[in-house]
Write a protein that binds this ligand. Structure first.
Ligand code: HEC
Length: 121
């Protein structure tokens, strides 16, 4: 029983550690990419603008293993019909790596990189 508990605890710690490390590293980069590619002109982290908020997107695709690939393609090619009639334009000039970074960040809820999220709008 002792061993069992230890294994579970360790697995949990590993998962947490991985998630928060990946997050801390990627959020700053992802945010920079999102800003540079005007994603934030149509999206906000916590409220709907032209497109859905990144938190809405994260909630919708929670637990969907296909989501990173599916959404990377969607960002690259553009499209509509999932959230409404307004289409998202294609982003053909973005590198796949940049798209992937931003999509993973979006799927994590688009959290702020550092403590810069305290603007009260
Ligand atoms: C001109 C406005 C606009 C820009 C710029 C834009 N988006 Fe979107 N985005 C939308 C709209 C509108 C939707 C909803 C599309 C739909 O209903 O299928 C959307 C949907 C999405 C989705 C969810 C797609 C789905 O199928 O559920 C993701 C992820 C996303 N955008 C990420 C991004 C990223 C990353 C960028 C920057 C590279 C970006 N968007 C730039 C308008 C925009």
């Amino acid at each position: 029983m002792k061993t069992f508990g230890g294994v579970v605890l360790m697995a949990g710690a590993l998962a947490d550690g991985f998630a928060s490390t990946a997050h801390a590293v990627d959020a700053a980069r992802a945010q920079g990419i999102a800003n540079a590619n005007a994603c934030m002109g149509c999206h906000a982290v916590d409220r709907k603008l032209v497109g859905p908020s990144f938190q809405q997107i994260a909630a919708k695709y929670k637990g969907d293993a296909q989501a990173p690939a599916k959404l990377a393609k969607k960002v690259k090619d553009g499209g509509s019909g999932v959230w409404g009639m307004i289409p998202m334009p294609a982003h053909q000039s973005m590198s796949d790596a940049d798209i992937r970074t931003v999509v993973e960040w979006v799927l994590a809820g688009g959290g702020a990189a550092a403590s810069s999220s305290s603007s009260s709008k």
